[in-house]
Write a protein that binds this ligand. Sequence first.
Ligand SMILES: Cc1cc2nc3c(=O)[nH]c(=O)nc-3n(C[C@H](O)[C@H](O)[C@H](O)COP(=O)(O)OP(=O)(O)OC[C@H]3O[C@@H](n4cnc5c(N)ncnc54)[C@H](O)[C@@H]3O)c2cc1C
Length: 244
Amino acid sequence: MNNWDNFKELILIDKKDVCDTIKSFYFKAKNGEKLPKHTPGQFLPFRIKTDDPKMRDIFRVYSLSDLPNEDTYRISVKKIDGGVMSSYLHDNLQVGDIIEAKAPCGIFVLDENLPKDTPIVLLSGGIGVTPLLSMLLANAKDRNITFVQAVQNSNMHPFKEDIENICKENNLKNTVFYSNPLDTDEVGKNYDVKGFVTKEWIKENLPLNGAFYFCGPPIFMESLEKNLLELGVSQDKINYEKFS
Ligand SMILES: Cc1cc2nc3c(=O)[nH]c(=O)nc-3n(C[C@H](O)[C@H](O)[C@H](O)COP(=O)(O)OP(=O)(O)OC[C@H]3O[C@@H](n4cnc5c(N)ncnc54)[C@H](O)[C@@H]3O)c2cc1C
């Protein structure tokens, strides 16, 4: 059994643009050993060690955005203006470089005791798509999932094709909201609904007897939780992850 209690060295094997300000990073274990498999929704804790004794080591966590597997970890990171770790990953870390991470952890995962026929609703805002994409990829074949993605516009729309394809292949409903569409963005092509996810829209379009999982900016999650509770969804069916 591999000992992943402590930080281990990962090697960056690929780095891909996803959309404006978001890149995906693919890692393997530096020593070639198998990686502990994550449960969809979990994240990896990362550390950058600084050699300067006056500087503190930097710790950040990133959700795994791909299917669980023992060979490669994928994280997808939004570059934050002035952000230490996201800028380091985007601008400095190159293929072949080493970074340290611990085994996947976190409790934002699908409730394994949910009956198979319970509808599952995954709602993402912006970069909050990462844990939900992993849940979608792993469960699209055998769960009744409704996917909702809210972003600003086509420039900031991560994983559009991946989500469209997996939902189409598995006959799952996928709705895209643009809060601030570009002049060139078209309803029916780039997105489905202009604006925010409202209470009225939820009432008319989502299975309120389902289990809800969401991740996104604080205001997105606060509004979803409030609306779902007001529509009679019980608190134990509402699950979310904060990225702060
Ligand atoms: C469970 C979890 C999962 C996550 N998953 C993802 C993911 O999948 N993808 C992703 O992109 N992110 C994810 N995050 C967020 C991620 O961990 C980082 O918080 C994010 O990347 C920002 O880190 P940073 O070092 O780039 O920014 P930081 O350096 O922490 O800065 C963040 C902001 O604070 C400002 N700031 C920094 N220092 C100061 C200061 N002294 N005074 C004023 N302002 C300051 C910066 O300008 C910036 O706007 C996740 C977070 C959690 C908790």
